[in-house]
Write a protein that binds this ligand. Structure first.
Ligand code: NAI
Length: 222
């Protein structure tokens, strides 16, 4: 199938399609119309058709979308149909929480190793993965064909570790440290900042409250 370049906005929405389609498969649903998918996902049917048309259109007039086919194709596009070996740098609260979340494995992300500098943590095992000293990083990356590194260390330490990861051949950094990393063009960084997400939530709830107050004032004046 010929693929057009896919916009960032569509890519951002794909994991949500993937999740809903996975749930539909679990419910035994084999096909679904864009209208039914639209009701389920609370987005317009035309948005769904537009998004999925990016991939040459998986739907058929009068038939809808074949759930399993669409799920498989989206998995291929996102690269979650294959295995990605992952390591976690920083085995503190957040690093251990990620390691303890079994669902990443179901998506093909296999946690191969964890690293820290704290001697009290080194040697401990989290869900079958031993925490190693950070001096073992480079060799481990090569030996275990690691592509992705999650950075859950303090922001002051992140740039130096990122440089070491890049030099060792890591191509993707899942960055939780609150700092913007500078990496070569062939290395991708996905920043995950829960506090930024909370700030967006705060903005939305505050603007909703402001709007309600303004409406109240307006109706009192009438
Ligand atoms: P933590 O203090 O429990 O864990 C940090 C771990 O990193 C410690 O075990 C420490 O020994 C280790 N470490 C420090 N320098 C290191 C180095 N050079 N190499 C390897 N390991 C090293 O902290 P927590 O709560 O797990 O948070 C970790 C980081 O993630 C912090 O920078 C925090 O600000 C950030 N964070 C980010 C969130 C986000 O949404 N992006 C949410 C929560 C925390």
């Amino acid at each position: 199938m010929e693929q057009k370049p896919i916009s960032k906005a569509v890519i951002t929405r794909l994991p949500r399609y993937y999740r809903h389609l996975g749930e539909l498969m679990e419910e035994g649903v084999e096909r679904i119309s864009s209208n039914d998918l639209s009701q389920r996902m609370h987005v317009t049917a035309s948005q769904i058709r537009q998004d999925l048309n990016n991939f040459g259109g998986f739907g058929q007039q009068g038939y809808g979308y074949n759930v399993k086919y669409l799920y498989t194709e989206i998995a291929k596009i996102m690269g979650v149909d294959r295995q990605h070996n992952l390591i976690i740098i920083g085995a503190g609260n957040l690093g251990q929480a990620i390691a303890n979340y079994a669902n990443f494995e179901r998506r093909g992300f296999i946690i191969k190793g964890m690293f820290d500098i704290n001697p009290r943590l080194i040697g401990r095992v989290v869900r079958g993965v031993e925490i190693l000293g950070v001096e073992n990083l480079e060799k481990f990356i090569v030996d275990h064909d690691v592509q992705i590194a999650a950075l859950t260390i303090p922001k002051t330490k992140a740039p130096e570790i990122a440089d070491r990861l890049v030099a060792a051949g890591i191509k993707a950094i899942w960055n939780f440290a609150h700092t913007d990393l500078v990496v070569p063009d062939d290395v991708v960084v996905e920043n995950v900042h829960l506090s930024e997400s909370l700030m967006r939530l705060s903005y939305r709830v505050c603007s909703m409250q402001d709007q309600k107050e303004q409406e109240k004032k307006r109706s009192n004046r009438l």
